[in-house]
Design a protein around this ligand. Sequence first.
Ligand SMILES: NC(=O)c1ccc[n+]([C@@H]2O[C@H](COP(=O)([O-])OP(=O)(O)OC[C@H]3O[C@@H](n4cnc5c(N)ncnc54)[C@H](O)[C@@H]3O)[C@@H](O)[C@H]2O)c1
Length: 457
Amino acid sequence: MSNKTIFCIGAGYVGGPTMAMIAHKCPDYKVIVGDIDDARIQAWQSGQPPIYEPGLAELTRSSIGRNLFFTTDIAKGIRDADIIFVCINTPTKSFGMGAGRASDLQYWEKTAREILEHATTDKIVVEKSTLPVRTAEAMERILRSRGGKVRFEVLSNPEFLAEGTAVHDLEMPDRVLIGGHETEQGQAAVRELAKIYSRWIPQERILTTNVWSSELSKLAANAFLAQRISSINSLSALCEETEADINEIARAIGMDQRIGAKFLKAGVGFGGSCFKKDILNMVYLCEFYGLQEVADYWAHVVEINDYQVDRFVRNLLVHLFNTVADKRIAVLGFAFKADTGDTRESPAIRVCRKLVEERARLVISDPQALENARRDLADVADRIEFEPDPYVATQDAHAIALLTDWAEYRHLDYERIFKGMVQPAFVFDGRNLLDHHKLYEIGFNVYPTGKAPMSHL
Ligand SMILES: NC(=O)c1ccc[n+]([C@@H]2O[C@H](COP(=O)([O-])OP(=O)(O)OC[C@H]3O[C@@H](n4cnc5c(N)ncnc54)[C@H](O)[C@@H]3O)[C@@H](O)[C@H]2O)c1
């Protein structure tokens, strides 16, 4: 039995699910999640999480009111806690030095000061947000600035969950990483945190490192994942020129055990709140330390991603006879990937903006992300329809642009859709999700990613 209290600051995509899992697995810990966003807290508290994630509502409800609570009272949360997780957002800086690349640490610093202000007993502070290397050190300096009696031990414990599979990833993570200081207190804090995870995660998957390695490992993991996507996407452009097939290439290289099969799916590019932000953050760090070549190397991963999105739009434009002005284009999928309503940095945003610039009449459909889509495109929303039903969305459209790999799009009645569309009808499959041969037989002109087009024209 522990009788310890955990407080988590930030009830977003990371804080909410992570705490729901800890509360579920550790019923003897009291887990309280705090956020400044009242609407978010109310949604969590009602058992209807404010984010869509398979299995999350059930997981949350299993502990809510028992040992899982949500609050906007941050001060009390801090006071009562033994362990504080910080899961706030860490956006890219939009102003001043490092604008567009460095991490904006103002919210992080404010949180550190808040912890300092309200803490009256010793705390373990767990940095779960993704942060630049040596942020924990800055946090420690703030927490120790008053020289009071309260001791703070800062740990780095980055989160590796992926949206869409968060519950599964939290339940069976490849590894949990805990970075702590090599002092006696530091190691005691590491053990305290490891004790929580060891309730359901095998010991050999709980890695402990020094704080800086842990912080950099998270940036490095995202950079490597994004790099694989940009690598396969760069080759998809070459495939379209040479009639090689990117799926066949992915299969052939993926069977090499040194390479592995995962994250080799070509598409319209990666999105999500993390990849771009974390790589740019690493680029900034490299520049800061005078490592320009290393910075340039990683910056290209992001550039290829933008290139891939632009290439998608260019392809669409060229094949629709060089104009989409006044043509109805049905965008299927707006979330940055399937099984989430999250649209942060979704390639769909850039695609839709460019198509609006070309004066297309857009109709966007998505099973979970329409509300976010409306918000992301608020300034041009008067020129866009938002339609949950894909059959209505595709009615009278000249082309379909498939941008999210929702499984349900694979099973639509494309004969029916084809009949409702303006002829010649086009499909641009930005996720290589659909059965291209079947679509071609129905009569569509089909433009996959990284494969030869199948055109009747
Ligand atoms: N989303 C992911 O898949 C993912 C995965 C791994 C790591 N991360 C990292 O985790 C961190 C959080 O990401 P997220 O996607 O959960 O962000 P999010 O925007 O969904 O959630 C952050 C929450 O923190 C709250 N918040 C901000 N400042 C606060 C304050 N001072 N006091 C109380 N609440 C405050 C916000 O209101 C928001 O609800 C980021 O650093 C991100 O890079 C995200």
